[in-house]
Design a protein around this ligand. Structure first.
Ligand code: AKG
Ligand code: FE2
Length: 320
């Protein structure tokens, strides 16, 4: 089920559809990215079974003792691989860190591409061998879905359909398993402490498998917070700042947040698993000439994806 402002699109109709269906999907996706910056998608090819396995493993991983999880927290990796404990990530411009802990999995390069040297190895969670296999398989499937979505967007932007392919092949994407832990003593947390403070994602697009509980909200153009209702098996997709930058704000990287639960649910956990689709670090994010004109002057300085990521990781406190 989707919220009226957030359209729900059938990815199967793009991947396996007729020319006409593919065009329709690409127009609808482009329009939504131009408007709210968010869609939900169905028929994404991830089985319910795999999604359930994913959540079982994510829950089991965060249920491990803190000292076990801490073995996988390496400050030199700036949160980009393995475990990041509570209190480390703060939304850009916010004072109090988010009420969450998370685990990040990065790209596994297997085709001899020298870009492998840019990526640290993934941390292998020895206590839960299935966790590594399941998250690795989810990573690949979401990457594949994301590549299809970017093809649809390339068509919408009147670029060659494969415009993004070479940039996202072996790109610096991240799968992040998040645990928003129970809030045991709501009275003693700072007033501004939230599960995830209002922010925009850094990457090209984000694909998020419907979370275990409500809480995700997007900021509409009329400045109202709109809750996103997604079935457990739907995928929420949104534009990130890199795609907004490339399109000189034609496509919107919409502000979103995760609110604290109502009082009666304060002591429950929430789990979610976003996939941040990043390009390779050498992708040039200079705004496309077709998106710049007298009415839409150029808004951003020219930067590569790698330079931009570095700047943003410092702003959110993950990189020192
Ligand atoms: O947990 C969610 O539903 C959203 C998480 C999110 O926005 C993020 O990690 O960037
Ligand atoms: Fe986000």
């Amino acid at each position: 089920m989707s919220t009226p402002y957030i359209p729900c699109l059938d990815l199967g109709s793009y991947i396996n559809g007729s020319e006409e269906e593919r065009k329709k999907f690409s127009d609808e996706l482009g329009r939504a990215f131009n408007d709210s910056g968010f869609v939900t998608i169905t028929n994404h090819g991830l089985s319910q079974d795999l999604i359930e396995k994913l959540y079982e493993n994510i829950k089991a991983a965060f249920a491990l003792p803190l000292e076990t999880k801490r073995k996988y927290e390496k400050p030199e990796l700036a949160g980009q691989r393995g475990y990041t404990s509570a209190g480390k990530e703060t939304a850009k411009g916010a004072k109090t860190p988010d009420l969450k802990e998370f685990w990040q999995i990065g790209q596994e390069v297997t085709d001899g591409d020298p870009v492998k040297n840019e990526y640290p190895d993934n941390e292998i969670l020895e206590e839960l061998p299935e966790f590594n296999a399941v998250t690795g398989s989810i990573y690949k499937k979401l990457e594949e879905n994301g590549t299809h979505l970017l093809r649809a967007i390339a068509t919408y932007l009147e670029l060659p359909i494969n415009y993004f392919d070479k940039h996202v092949h072996n790109g610096n994407s991240i799968l992040r398993g998040i645990h928003y832990f129970p809030i045991e003593n709501p009275e003693i947390i700072p007033d501004d402490a939230v599960r995830a403070g209002a922010h925009e994602d850094i990457n090209l697009i984000t694909l998020l498998i419907g979370a275990s509980a409500d809480g995700l909200e997007v900021l509409t153009r009329s400045n109202e917070w709109l809750p996103i209702k997604a079935h457990h098996t739907d995928i929420v997709v949104n534009v990130g700042d890199m795609l907004q930058r490339l399109t000189n704000n034609k496509l919107k990287s919409t502000t979103h947040r995760v609110v604290n639960p109502p009082r009666e649910l304060m002591k429950t956990s929430r789990f979610s698993v976003p996939f941040f689709l990043h390009p390779r670090s050498d992708m040039d994010l200079t705004s496309l000439p077709s998106t710049i004109d007298a009415e839409h002057p150029k808004l951003y300085s020219d930067m590569t994806a790698g330079e931009y990521l570095d700047e943003r990781l410092r702003e959110i406190g993950l990189k020192k």
